[in-house]
Design a protein around this ligand. Sequence first.
Ligand code: SF4
Length: 439
Amino acid sequence: MKVFFKTYGCQMNIRDSEIMEELLVRSGHEIVKDLKNADVAVINTCAVRAKSENKAYSLIGRLKKRGLKVGVTGCVSEIASKDLKSRGADFVLGTRALTSIVDAIEGKMDFDMSDHLSDLEKQLITFNTSQTRKSITTRTSKHHAWVNIIAGCDKFCTYCIVPYTRGREISRPMENVIKEVKALASSGYNQITFLGQNVDSYGKDLKDGTSLAELFRRVYNISGIERFWFLTSYPSDVTNELIEVVAERPRISRNFHLPAQSGSNAILKRMNRQYTREEYIDLIRRIRSKVKGATIGGDIIVGFSGETDEDFEQTLSLIKEVKYVRLNIAPYSPRRGTVASKLYPDDVPTAVKKKRMLALSTLQHAIMDEMNKKLVGKSVDIIVEGNSDGKSYGRTIDNRMVFFEGTIPEGESVTVKIVRATAGPIYGELIGKVLKVVE
Ligand code: SF4
């Protein structure tokens, strides 16, 4: 069958789609990029925000009108399989039932596999390793690979549906991860991102000394891998050991993505975030004192239940203090099934949320402008991620996107001198030697 995938949401979802695509290809199916050529469409959904859930619902309707068989995977399938059926979905697979994708496509299973089986979780955990022994055909990038090291989340933030859709934390055995990284390196991959909802909780459940810090020690010298990234960190799980390991290894990303969500202790408590504002700031201080050139990324929720003007001021002051190089800002909206949706009223008026969003994004814009302009005149090493219209772009080790003239192949390492910077794009001139040039 010819199968088309539409993926919403985070990198975990992108990686899940890659895994499903690989399973289908191995079973003789074909992945198509153009919907016109498809027999089946799979929508891999995200339930974190109502907006992306609603997009998935409307897409089901449009796809059914084209006469396609439609399957739904991902987080929405965990919480709304009946709704999905009533809107026309032909099958539903939960986040821990991905390995049933072939049966689902071939019509060999009942409608709803969101009620997954625990042995399927184990299959998925080991899948990543066995996959790399065969040819890697369906990864999104040919040079940058996403590697799941831990699935699920034990944190239970009151606003979040993820612990219910993805289950409790399960870490992959470190030897499996190492084998996968070696296989990726020998297939030509030069960048690896270790992925997890809480990537720095990696290994806690294994109770055998496994940790993200130890994983970095073990994989750092695998020949061919030029850069390592890790995503997403939970602030109170970042250890001094991890900071030291990153500090001593310059090919590990200098960017820590540390969602704060709020700068107010009262709101953090209501969100069940397991750190205070002071502990968060202390963590940033420890990172910056050890890791030369470290940058910080973050996420903020605006207008969570009970957020007063004073609480919001605390968030603004946190942002001024931390100076994020990237910040995802989202207005709070209750998600059904979460603790917050049951216990706390959504009591910040929409107009107030909008006003606060604007104030926050204006502040962040000014900070990014200031931070990016500091790069002007400096030379940075980047790995090219793409090119078009005679230009190429890539990322610095501290996670800033740089654009420059010249069509350089993806995955190539180059040195670029920064000539102009805005709060958004940063522009440079190619000065480093490159090995290959696109014909
Ligand atoms: S840490 Fe909190 S926000 Fe992140 S996935 Fe877990 S419950 Fe959700």
